[in-house]
Design a protein around this ligand. Structure first.
Ligand code: F6P
Length: 326
């Protein structure tokens, strides 16, 4: 493999808190190791449009704590076409870029995988998504921050739910994986979580909630993973209202606030570790792998494995949630 002298950094897909910490770590580690850094603005679209500027250490000063991505992100329909990827590769050659580090979620890694199959350019991915749905890594950058945001919001909702003795369905993000809903529910002591991979019977849910009301609790909170198929919090609230008109039901959709905010210490640390590891990977001659953390050790996960299948939830966690909500 040709010697790597210049790398490009791209953030693509949906933003996640901690992406900036990763951009900083990649930039600083690369420069420390004598490499040049080119930053690409607006994701894969910027690679096609040639929105590429050189980064020095000062370009990443004061960003470790900032949410979002200073490089911006944008969906790119064009990168899905062969013609778009050809243009991206032409810009890579023009800018004398020898390797690409992409920071993002499953769509981003999927794009990098196709690109790396078509063109002779080493690509390394850093997993950053609040959904935590990539295989081969214990966690993704942004997940911990989003989980903490959900917990803080639910703590606040609980104050008013308790005062008014209401049932709340709180809708959270997380895609089909359901990690945010399940672990968010455990962290905030919710009565239940509705996640796409586990079928939920509305009647069973309402009975569980009603018996909770009757016993000791005057209120209940159920987290619902946003899903086009299930209809989300609104669907469950309507169904419970129909079947149990005596229950005072409300919904709250947390929405995009879950993607913002200062990254937690945990996300900043894993972003720093993964960013540094991406440069180590390149220097070891690795290519087309995602950096992962497995049992607190850095691991290199082939793209094919990272995006292979939907990461499964641990069903023991559902038991923990239900058993602690009695
Ligand atoms: O990838 C994170 C995520 O929050 C998903 O859980 C959600 O489905 C999606 O982004 C929503 O993205 P947007 O509304 O910004 O397109």
């Amino acid at each position: 493999m040709a010697e790597v002298k210049t790398i490009a950094i791209v953030t693509s897909g949906n933003d996640a808190p901690g992406m900036n910490s990763a951009i900083r770590a990649v930039t600083r580690s690369a420069i420390y190791n004598g490499l040049r850094v080119k930053a690409v603005y607006r994701g894969y679209k910027g690679l096609i449009d040639g929105e590429i500027v050189e980064f020095k250490t000062q370009n990443v000063s004061n960003i470790i704590q900032q949410g979002g991505t200073i490089l911006k992100s944008s969906p790119s329909k064009d990168f899905r076409s062969e013609e778009g990827r050809k243009k991206a590769f032409e810009n890579i050659q023009k800018e004398e870029i020898d390797a690409v580090i992409v920071i993002g979620g499953d769509g981003t890694i999927h794009g990098a995988r196709i690109f790396a199959q078509e063109y002779d350019i080493p690509c390394i991915a850093i997993p950053a998504t609040i959904d935590n749905n990539l295989c081969g890594t214990d966690t993704t950058i942004g997940y911990d921050t989003a989980l903490n945001t959900i917990m803080q919001c639910v703590d606040k909702i609980r104050d008013t739910a308790t005062s008014h003795e209401r049932l709340f369905f709180v809708e959270v993000m997380g895609d089909d994986a359901g990690f945010l809903a399940l672990n968010g529910a455990i962290a905030s002591g919710c009565e239940d979580a509705i996640i796409p991979s586990v079928p939920t019977d509305v009647n069973k849910l309402a009975t569980l909630i009603e018996s909770g009301f009757r016993k000791t609790k005057g209120s209940s909170i159920v987290l619902v993973a946003a899903s086009e198929d299930s209809g989300g919090a609104l669907y469950y609230a309507d169904e419970v209202k129909k079947a149990h008109p005596n229950i005072d039901v409300r919904i709250s959709i947390l929405g995009h606030l879950q993607r913002g905010g200062h990254p937690t210490a945990h996300d900043r640390i894993i972003a720093s570790r993964m960013g540094a590891a991406s440069i180590v990977a390149l220097m070891k001659g690795l290519r087309n792998v995602m950096i992962g953390i497995d049992n607190d050790e850095i691991v290199y996960v082939p793209f094919s494995r990272a995006v292979r299948e939907n990461r499964q939830i641990d069903h023991n966690l559902l038991d923990i949630l239900h058993n602690s909500a009695i």
